[in-house]
Structure formats: structure tokens, C-alpha cells
Design a protein around this ligand. Structure first.
Ligand code: PHE
Length: 337
């Protein structure tokens, strides 16, 4: 094989491997095999002594030229990799950005927080109780005797272990009093559950805020004053309040409270069913039987309790006529708040 043929063959080989190099790392390998210190070209240079002396100069020139040409091709390939990489990294600043939706508090959470902060300003502490209750706390301790028809007022979900899902937040009253001495002044927010047919007006779960104030010399006038103040602070000072007599086993006397409809200002509309009034809570003076259960001195202490329904208030405020929308977590609905 003449020197020309050898050079040609090396060039062909080089072209081949260069074409197959898929990344800069493979390129590095190619460079080593051909142009490295122990590479093919270096090998040729070391054999130059074996060439007849009169052609040595020419062969040397040819090898130098080969080396230069291979180097050049390598450089070009490197440059190609570089620009491909840049191409991939390029950002098009004219494209529209991604929309990041901020989360927000659920309207029910917002309402509970607003109401609690009003009660805190009025001097109430916040207390919590479990959602899975015992019959004793949910009914018995609250003066519902066994088989008393008043239990039917609240359709109860029972658990397998003999417990139940609390039907109201009132068990927090006895739970709290059982471990605190009077004076007691608390509000207790939370979920309650009732096994009712689901409709636009009732759902299997909803929220209540329970209120309880026990001290010496607490009267119905204190209850009325507090509720009036709360309603003014929550709905605005023009709101009208009405107490209707009612019945609960754990309060005596008992009342239900209506407020003038927020939407029509008492004129009558779809939300208030044309009555101009909306029922928002039950309340009354705590029955001495309840205080006896937790060993409070009924000669010394009296108090009031109330339980308000949060969903009612929120639906009224937002003009919503189907309670279920508050539990569906439809983002299109929630995004409005
Ligand atoms: N627990 C009653 C209910 O859910 C409401 C209530 C609470 C009434 C406290 C009087 C006093 O219907």
C-alpha cells in the first residue's frame, strides 16, 4: 500500500466514525483514536524513519496536512453540537405565559372565620369537639332521654362501633363544661351530620357554630344583647332580629332567631320565600338538667347557649339557592371568591 493509499483509507475511516458520533463525548473518543498522543496519526509520524530519505520531507508534509484536515473536521462537528444545544435552550419570550391560579379560602371557611373573629371580639374563647360522638354527649347529656321523640328531630348516622356522627355542635357544651369550671364563654365551630334526603335545602353534612356562656347572673337579656350585636356586626346595623319561641331539650326557655332577609331587606323575595325573614339559629337558657349532669351548682350558675347554621348564612349572603354547590368543589364556582 502506498502512503497515498494509506492516507486515503484513514480519511475514509475518519469520515465514517465522525458521522456516527452522536454527542460531544463520542467526538472526544474519535479525537483520541486519530489525533491523540497514541493515536493513528502519531503512529504514522513515528514510522517516518522507515521512509526512504528523499521522500521523507514530502511524506511529512502530507501527514501534517492530514492532521490539519482531521482537526478542522472535528472542530466543525463540535460547533454543530454547540449550536444544536443552543437551539434547544432557546426561549421564545413572545409566547403567552402559563396562568397560575391562586387558591382561595372556601366561602364556608371564610364565613366561619369572620363569625369567629366577631365572637372573639365579644370575649368568647374557641373550643372544638370530635365529629364522631357518643350517644351520651350528643343526646343523653343534653337532656334527651332514651326513646325521647326529640331524637327524631335529628336523623342520626350511627357508626359500627356504637358511636354516631354528631348531629349538632351542642355536645361540645358538655364536653367543655366537664373539664372547665365556670365562668365558661365559648364558641365551637364544626361539621355536623344528618341523614336527610339530599336536596337544594339540605345536605348530609353542614356547619354550625355553637355558643355557650355560663356564669353567675346570666339572663335571657344577655343572650338577646349578644345575638343582636353579633348580627349587626355580621350583617350590618340595619338588620332586624326576631325571637320566636321554640323547643330544644337542652334549653328552657328556647327560641329560634330570624333575621330580616339580607337580599330584599325584608320586602320578600325568592330566598326568604316571600316572608322577609330567614331563620338563622336556635338558642335558649341552658336547662338546669344539663348543668347538673356535669356537676355545676345550679343555684349559683345560669347561662345561655345558641347554635347557628353556617350554610344558611352563607347562602343568604351570596344569594345561592342550592346548598349542594357549597360541597361540590367546582373550581369555576370557587374561583369567584
Ligand atoms: N343544637 C341545636 C340544633 O342543632 C341548636 C341549638 C343550640 C339550640 C344551642 C339551642 C341552643 O338544632
Amino acid at each position: 500500500m502506498t502512503i497515498h493509499e494509506t492516507i486515503k483509507e484513514v480519511q475514509e475511516q475518519f469520515k465514517d466514525v465522525l458521522k456516527n458520533a452522536r454527542d460531544p463525548l463520542m467526538l472526544e473518543e474519535v479525537k483520541n483514536t486519530f489525533l491523540g498522543r497514541k493515536g493513528k496519526i502519531a503512529g504514522f509520524f513515528s514510522m517516518i524513519g522507515e521512509v526512504p530519505p528523499d521522500t521523507r520531507k514530502e511524506v511529512g508534509k502530507m501527514l501534517n496536512e492530514l492532521k490539519r484536515s482531521l482537526n478542522e473536521q472535528l472542530e466543525l462537528r463540535y460547533a454543530e453540537f454547540q449550536s444544536e444545544k443552543k437551539q434547544k435552550e432557546r426561549v421564545d419570550y413572545t409566547l403567552p405565559g402559563y396562568v397560575v391560579h391562586k387558591g382561595s379560602r372556601h366561602p364556608l371557611t371564610q364565613a366561619v372565620d369572620d363569625m369567629l373573629s366577631i365572637f372573639k371580639r365579644l370575649g368568647f374563647d374557641i373550643a372544638y369537639g370530635p365529629e364522631v360522638e357518643t350517644d351520651w354527649f350528643n343526646f343523653e347529656s343534653l337532656n334527651f332521654p332514651p326513646n325521647h321523640p326529640a331524637r327524631d328531630m335529628q336523623d342520626t348516622f350511627y357508626t359500627e362501633g356504637g358511636g354516631l356522627l354528631r348531629t349538632h355542635t351542642s355536645p361540645v357544651q358538655t364536653r367543655y363544661m366537664a373539664i372547665h369550671e365556670p365562668p365558661v364563654r365559648i364558641v365551637a365551630p364544626g361539621r355536623v351530620y344528618r341523614n336527610e334526603a339530599i336536596s337544594a335545602r339540605s345536605y348530609c353534612l353542614f356547619h354550625q357554630i355553637e355558643g355557650l356562656y355560663i356564669d353567675t347572673d346570666i339572663s335571657f337579656a344577655d343572650l338577646k344583647g349578644t345575638i343582636e350585636l353579633f348580627c349587626r356586626m355580621y350583617y350590618g346595623k340595619d338588620v332586624k332580629i326576631k325571637f320566636r319561641t321554640s323547643y330544644f331539650p337542652f334549653t328552657e326557655p328556647s327560641a329560634e332567631i330570624d333575621v330580616s332577609c339580607f337580599l330584599c331587606k325584608g320586602k320578600g323575595c325568592r330566598v326568604c320565600k316571600n316572608t322577609g325573614w330567614l331563620e338563622i339559629m336556635g338558642c335558649g337558657m341552658v336547662d338546669p338538667n344539663v348543668l347538673k349532669v356535669i356537676n355545676y351548682d345550679t343555684e349559683k350558675y345560669t347561662g345561655y347557649a345558641f347554635g347557628l347554621g353556617v350554610e344558611r348564612m352563607v347562602m343568604m349572603r351570596l344569594g345561592i339557592n342550592d346548598i349542594r354547590i357549597l360541597f361540590e368543589n367546582d373550581v369555576e364556582f370557587l374561583r369567584q371568591f
